[in-house]
Design a protein around this ligand. Structure first.
Ligand code: ZN
Ligand code: ZN
Length: 363
């Protein structure tokens, strides 16, 4: 059964959210067996607040996870940078090959399949499961989604979630990691620069969100930390899978190269720009159906291309909702998958906004 989210603590974006409330306001269940993270977070005073051995144990685990993240950070940063800069070159090579006749249906199928698999890894896994906890699922399936999301080469899962929680907390204010509006200069040039910053310029700025503040729940989970630190290898895996399949289907090295290019590099390039367009396009163009306190928009083209994430005004108004396309005609492939998983018992605690909350926020 779907559960309408009727909690009174749901996120309110009419006013900026205080740093110390982001997890609570995002309706994220804190790892509060002993209340450690919630208390420390709300106190905002870091590791000096230990008052029992269980708190100390939990804090030690968190410190260990942070140390592992720091060790992995160089590889992670190199992988992220090359994942941004290399695909355009690969796309160019692919176009030249296609011009010479090196392109077939196998390549197209590999690209579309890998686009959907890694795309859903981002939308269902990284975003709706890990960042917003809009549903719950068993460990192996959650890990599978994180692995698929990692293959999209959009950064490791914990960093992605921290950055995105910060985006919701500060949406379109100066602390938003990727707003096309905040701090923007006047005129057409300012608008273009703001758009480019929201699209991909922000990736090159040092915007490491405060991990302890934004993702204590993820840092406390060793499996998530391990997948996070395996990010560079998982990006390579996402390139190797279509190469191997392309090679085996055609039994040729050229088939492997084309599988690598279409199912790996071109797919990565397209999904990058579609995902970044949710940050740029969906904060500029489209309809505002709900009061969300920011410039988020529902954009039908991005709704389809981004597998449901383009109904972005809906999402900012109801960030904890597992469903972003809230109307029957707002196609949301990610929601279709979550609902299907729920029907077969693999997704639980699926959260949806209650009708009265929808009505109260309708513009
Ligand atoms: Zn947004
Ligand atoms: Zn979100």
């Amino acid at each position: 059964m779907q559960k309408a989210d009727t909690s009174g603590s749901s996120m309110t974006l009419d006013t900026p959210i205080a740093d110390t409330q982001i997890l609570v306001e995002l309706d994220i269940a804190l790892p509060s067996a002993e209340g450690t993270h919630a208390r420390r977070y709300q106190d905002g005073r870091g590791s000096g607040e230990r008052s029992s051995s269980s708190h100390a144990d939990s804090s030690h685990a968190e410190e260990t996870a942070l140390a592992a993240l720091r060790e992995a950070s160089l590889g992670v940063r190199l992988a992220t940078m090359s994942a941004v800069l290399v695909p355009p070159l690969g796309v160019l090579a692919t176009m030249i090959l296609a011009w010479g006749g090196w392109f077939g249906w196998v390549d197209l199928v590999l690209m579309a399949t890998m686009y959907v698999i890694t795309g859903l890894g981002i939308t269902v896994g990284y975003h709706r499961l890990y960042t917003h906890k809009s549903f719950a699922t068993r460990g192996p399936l959650a890990a599978f989604f994180a692995i698929c999301g990692s293959m999209a080469a959009q950064g490791p899962v914990i960093w992605w979630a921290a950055t995105h929680r910060r985006h919701h907390q500060h949406s379109d204010d100066v602390l938003d990691p990727h707003s096309p509006h905040a701090g923007r200069a006047a005129g057409v040039v300012g608008a273009c620069r703001g758009f480019l910053h929201a699209h991909m310029g922000w990736l090159f700025a040092d915007l490491r969100a405060d991990m302890k503040r934004y993702v204590p729940d993820l840092l406390a989970d060793p499996v998530t930390v391990r997948i996070n630190n395996m990010f560079p290898a998982l990006v390579v895996l996402g390139l190797a899978i279509p190469a191997v399949i392309g090679g085996l289907v055609t039994m040729s090295w050229m088939g492997a190269l084309l599988g690598f290019l279409w199912g790996g590099v071109v797919r990565m390039f397209l999904l990058h720009h579609v995902t970044w367009s949710v940050n740029s396009v969906c904060h500029v163009w489209g309809a505002r159906e709900y009061a969300s306190g920011d410039e988020s928009r529902n954009n039908p083209i991005m709704g389809i291309l981004a597998l449901g994430e383009g109904w972005h005004n809906n999402h900012h108004a109801f960030p904890a909702s597992a469903r972003h396309g809230l109307k029957w005609w707002q196609f949301d492939l990610s929601w279709v998958l979550i609902r299907s998983l729920e029907l077969v018992g693999l997704a639980k605690k699926v959260r949806l906004p209650a009708p009265e909350r929808l009505a109260a926020r309708r513009v």
